[in-house]
Design a protein around this ligand. Structure first.
Ligand code: AMP
Ligand code: MG
Length: 336
């Protein structure tokens, strides 16, 4: 369907299904994002997410999401040359939906399969959309919180959460305040009307803890502290912890650039705090394009392009999901 003169040398379809979002992205080897279709499972206000419900959601909307992505790109399934999928980390029932589908597409179409590490995909879509660089990365999402920098073939983790991810902490607090899902944007909205009340600030070396602020927020809500004050203080406390660790990583690595990625990167207060810190130490601050900050198929497709171009292929026998795949276990062959 694409005229051969304009067709990039190959087209990669990426399937994302680690947690709440089922996404299908299509990216060309010429770095163009041709499609990014997604559907996010949204629980009712006050309810959490059950992995089985998420996987049933993904299964139900998978075919439609693929059709939407192909339509958006103006392509047919026959135009797709490589299929990439989120192989981990994530919730096993959710990961299995994307993995099975990608394996099936690869088998039926006889095209290569590439298993992608989800956090690495967040980093790479950040670099693609914010401009190429070799930054200290602050990766903040619903399932992960890590301060990362590249060294010798791997994205090394300099600091991370010791318990829950910051996005998850926001979602849990939002839920206990009766706010709608996803909680992060609601916390950000309410925080504009809030004032500071002290919350537990826990940084140990380069690692952080967010479980304490959640317990404290629960207690404060019960004691009648205004929801807006809880939201404001939650943001100030968590974001200051994250900025402190990122600043230390910049100092240790002598790096002059910070890149903010992951769903929480959309938060304007987080962006401002990080930007101020960077300016004070003469570093640049970049942030992923907000269209691609949350989980999406485009980031998996782009990471698939990079991995495929550097020779990576995932054989069917190695295509099982890796629910606890860490960022620093990935061979970043395209940076060598
Ligand atoms: P991801 O797992 O990367 O898709 O990111 C989803 C997480 O980002 C969820 O925990 C959301 O609540 C959070 N999030 C999205 N937008 C914002 C925002 N503006 N402020 C804080 N957290 C946010
Ligand atoms: Mg994510």
């Amino acid at each position: 369907m694409v005229a051969s003169a304009e067709k990039p040398s190959f087209i990669c379809m990426g399937i994302e299904s680690t947690a709440h979002t089922f996404g299908v992205g299509i990216v060309g080897s010429d770095e163009k994002i041709l499609a990014d279709a997604r559907d996010m499972f949204l629980p009712e206000a006050g309810m959490g997410m059950v992995p089985r419900d998420l996987s049933e959601h993904h299964t139900a909307i998978a075919a439609d999401t693929i059709a939407t992505a192909l339509k958006e790109a103006g392509l047919a399934m026959d135009d797709v040359d490589v299929v990439a999928f989120s192989q981990g980390p994530g919730l096993p029932p959710c990961l299995n939906v994307g993995a099975a589908l990608a394996r099936y597409i690869s088998l039926v179409r006889k095209i290569p399969l590439v298993g992608v590490n989800h956090p690495v995909a967040h980093i790479e879509i950040g670099k693609l959309t914010a401009g190429p660089s070799d930054p200290v990365v602050l990766y903040l999402s619903g399932g992960n919180t890590q301060v990362i920098a590249y060294a010798e073939g791997r994205y090394r983790i300099f600091g991370e959460t010791m318990d829950m991810a910051v996005g998850n902490a926001f979602d849990v607090v939002a839920r206990l305040l009766g706010l709608k899902s996803p909680g992060g944007p609601e916390i950000e909205r309410l925080a504009h009307e809030g004032a500071y009340v002290e919350m537990p600030y826990v940084v140990k070396g380069m690692d952080m803890s967010f479980a304490g602020v959640v317990t404290d927020a629960k207690r404060k809500a019960k004691d009648g502290v205004k929801p807006a004050d809880i939201c404001f203080s939650l943001q100030e406390t968590c974001f200051t912890m994250l900025t402190e660790v990122t600043e230390r990583a910049l100092a240790h690595t002598n790096n002059k650039e910070a890149l903010l990625v992951g769903g929480v990167a959309a938060n304007k207060r987080m962006q401002k705090m990080l930007r101020t810190m960077c300016e004070e130490r003469g570093a640049r601050m970049k942030v992923v394009d907000s269209k691609y900050s949350g989980d999406c198929g485009a980031m998996i497709a782009w990471a698939g392009v990079l991995a495929y171009m550097s020779g990576q292929r995932t054989l069917p026998k190695n295509s099982g999901i890796i629910p606890k795949w860490r960022t620093d276990e990935v061979d970043v062959t395209w940076m060598r």
